[in-house]
Design a protein around this ligand. Structure first.
Ligand code: KG4
Ligand code: ZN
Length: 346
């Protein structure tokens, strides 16, 4: 059988993403309709607004993704869709659309776990990537350190005990008045900030592979209060840089420690926060020094997108076959991860 041409739909949070991939390694198109503008005034993603916007964007985005890929809808071999985890109402829009398309085309539909989608983004840029490897998945809703034992088989090494890393970036950005979404704004502001101006802790440093990002966010609040009480002033760019440096320190140290413990020769960093320029730089330097091969997809593939869902869908289709037509969107989907912590946001 020829390598399937898969259409991937992603609607788990605030990005309507549609991509086309040939198998799990060949990227043909990746189109995104961002809802940033719609949620900005609220300082975060509003689930009802997200679901409605997906409904409006999905059909035109599917058309553009097919056009960019240079393929006709009838040439598609399967429709893959994020089944979870994510915002329930937002997921339902993608799942219903994927099922409708699959039925109309008389082609299989494939349910994909969003986090497995993030992992599969690596193959679209590095087709040569292969397990075993340690992966750090850092997004707005999840922070996970896992060991990829073989294709599609994962063992969880650590997770956040409270907020996800991206969530902490977004909350600290809001606190500092940078706006939404906070991650890219903190990243940019930090380039003009001095991280040494504020001392912040590195929560759970040296304590296994779990993370506490709410602890770091609270430390920022306390430090700002203390400065205020002393009548001292600090530029918000310096606070952003200090926060980012602390978060990056923890991510880098735990990932490298996990790679050492697992004797992993490869490390993958993926998910929205993997777009962070400081994290990318630091990971690169440390992995080079440790003799670890580092894989970090380009920022456009790190943040939510449909192409990664198409890639993961192609893989799942090959190993598990089509999903039953009655599968449901599941905001807390665990499969195929053995013991995921519940999602905090999207
Ligand atoms: O994977 P993603 O696009 O969506 C979820 O699955 O949640 O991740 C979104 C998260 C947001 O919290 C966003 O602020 C963060 O990724 N993010 C960043 C950067 N770009 C996006 N965080 C730090 N630095 C960035 N450059
Ligand atoms: Zn994501």
């Amino acid at each position: 059988m020829r390598t399937p041409l898969v259409l991937g739909l992603e609607t788990s949070c605030d990005e309507t993403g549609v991509g086309v991939a040939r198998g799990h390694t060949v990227l043909l198109s990746n189109v995104l309709a961002s809802q940033e503008r719609l949620h900005r005034d609220f300082g975060g993603v509003v689930p009802e607004i997200a679901a409605r916007a997906h409904l409006e964007h999905l059909v035109p985005v599917v058309h553009r993704a097919l056009e960019d890929a240079g393929v006709e809808l009838r040439e598609i071999d399967a429709v893959a869709v994020t089944a979870g985890p994510g915002l329930a109402g937002a997921l339902v829009v993608g799942v219903a659309a994927a099922k409708a398309l699959a039925v109309a085309l008389e082609k299989p539909v494939v349910a994909v776990n969003h986090l497995e989608g993030h992992i599969f983004s690596v193959f679209l840029e590095y087709p040569e990537f292969s397990p075993p490897a340690v992966a750090l998945i850092v997004s707005g809703g999840h922070t996970l350190l896992i060991h990829i034992e073989e294709m599609g088989k994962y063992r969880i090494l650590g997770a956040t005990v409270d907020d996800a890393v991206g969530e902490a970036f977004d909350k600290v950005a809001r606190l500092l008045g940078f706006g939404f979404p906070g991650g890219p704004l903190i990243d940019r502001a930090s380039k003009e900030g001095d991280p040494q101006r504020l001392r912040l802790p590195r929560p759970m440093r040296g304590e296994g592979f779990d993370f506490s990002m709410a602890g770091l966010k609270t430390a920022v609040i306390n430090a700002l209060q203390e400065l205020h009480d002393r009548g001292a002033r600090i530029r918000r760019h310096d606070v952003a840089a200090a926060f980012q440096e602390a978060a990056v320190d923890v991510m880098v140290e735990k990932t490298v420690a996990a790679a050492r413990e697992e004797a992993a020769e490869r490390v993958l960093v993926c998910g929205g926060v993997a777009a962070n320029s400081r994290l990318r730089d630091r990971m690169e330097k440390v992995c080079k020094a440790e003799g670890i091969e580092l894989f970090v997809p380009s920022p456009k593939l790190c943040t939510d997108n449909g192409a990664m869902i198409a890639a993961a869908g192609a893989f799942r289709l090959e190993v598990d076959g089509p999903s039953p037509l009655d599968f449901r969107a599941d905001s807390g989907l665990l499969w195929p991860f053995e013991a995921l912590v519940a999602p905090t946001d999207c």
